[in-house]
Design a protein around this ligand. Structure first.
Ligand code: CP
Ligand code: NVA
Length: 332
């Protein structure tokens, strides 16, 4: 499989076969690293990491993956570079692609990462936009495969919560691409757009995937291998929106009752993180005090910390999958 010089701007940039190849490569790279037998395929490469929004996992995964493979990174944010406020995406892309072998970009509009890719001579990776979170999808499907021993086509899962943000969109479209069985349980107001639903429906028709969108968790959950959720208010959204979101999503918290409704005693909990499950963050504390939700927001504390939670395996897999995408596109 040759993926040299390819961009990764959204999930559908790859075929199902290519996507699964990247996950299998990540599984192999993970095993190599654990055995301390990693073969470096990116010696001397350099990657620019542009983050116009904050990050822990994605940034660190790119940096550690590059280091493991013998490559070098530069981290650029809005306050310490000209990106965005003094220099356009198009100009930035043309400069950076003279220095670097690849560019990662995290920001707001999908159109910005598309513009960087249009003007860049080197591969561009989307590290999250308002619309898509494609590198997260590699890690999520890798984690689901590891915990079930199933290929994507055999996996059923439910996504509960804000389904019209990057995570809801990406899980829907990736599942449809790979032929998985996805159920989305969310208030209609927070469903993916009609356009994204249409894309997913078309992909599912080709892959044999199944899609269910419902407001009813009881309809969605039975038979799920995994229950996913995400924060109720995403980066870039206004603080003011919390009140409305808690009203809409308060009854969609993932707790033990939710997991029991899967009818599957092995059902696992997933979250891309960061997540609000206690009051040990300033935002978590402020929202809990405002809303009276003192046992977590999108997920209860006991589920987050309990044996069904695979969130830290999922977070670890960001490293191996981001490494896979770089090795495949710019490695030897
Ligand atoms: N899941 C994820 O993208 O985490 P960060 O925002 O910390 O990168
Ligand atoms: N939907 C979340 C995902 C964070 C990784 C956000 O955009 O903030």
């Amino acid at each position: 499989m040759n993926l040299k010089n390819r961009d990764f701007l959204k999930e559908t940039d790859f075929t199902a076969q290519e996507f699964e190849y990247l996950i299998d490569l990540a599984i192999d790279l993970k095993a190599q690293k654990k055995a301390r037998k990693e073969i470096q395929r990116m010696v001397g490469r350099s990657i620019a990491l542009i983050f116009e929004k904050t990050s822990t996992r994605t940034r660190c995964a790119f940096e550690v993956a590059a280091f493991d493979q013998g490559a070098f990174t530069t981290y650029l944010d809005g306050s310490s570079s000209q990106v965005g406020h003094k220099e356009s995406a198009a100009d930035t892309a043309r400069v950076l692609s003279r220095y670097y072998d690849a560019i990662e970009y995290r920001g707001n509009e999908q159109s910005l990462v598309e513009e960087i890719a249009q003007y860049s001579d080197v591969p561009v990776y989307n590290g999250l936009t308002d619309e898509w979170h494609p590198t997260q999808m590699l890690a999520d499907f890798m984690t689901m495969m590891e915990h079930t021993g199933k290929r994507p086509k055999e996996i059923s899962f439910t996504y509960v919560g804000d389904a019209r943000s990057n995570m809801g969109n990406s899980l829907l479209v990736t599942s449809a691409l790979l032929g998985a069985d996805i159920r989305i349980a969310s208030p209609k107001k927070l469903w993916p757009t009609a356009e994204i639903q249409a894309t997913a429906t078309k992909l599912a028709a080709a892959s044999g995937g199944k899609i269910l969108l419902t407001e009813n968790m009881d309809e969605a959950l039975p038979g799920s291998d995994f229950v996913h959720t995400d924060v109720w208010v995403s980066m870039g959204e206004s603080e003011e929106i919390w009140k409305e979101r808690v009203e809409l999503l308060g009854s969609y918290q993932v707790n033990y009752e939710t997991l029991e409704k899967t009818g599957n005693k092995n059902a696992k909990f997933m979250h891309c993180l960061p997540g609000f499950h206690n009051e040990q963050t300033t935002v978590g504390r402020a929202i809990a005090n405002k809303t009276g939700m003192h046992d977590g927001l999108e997920v209860s504390h006991d589920v987050f910390e309990g044996p069904a939670s695979v969130v830290f395996d999922q977070a670890e897999n960001r490293l191996h999958t981001i490494k896979a995408i770089m090795v495949a596109t710019i490695g030897d």
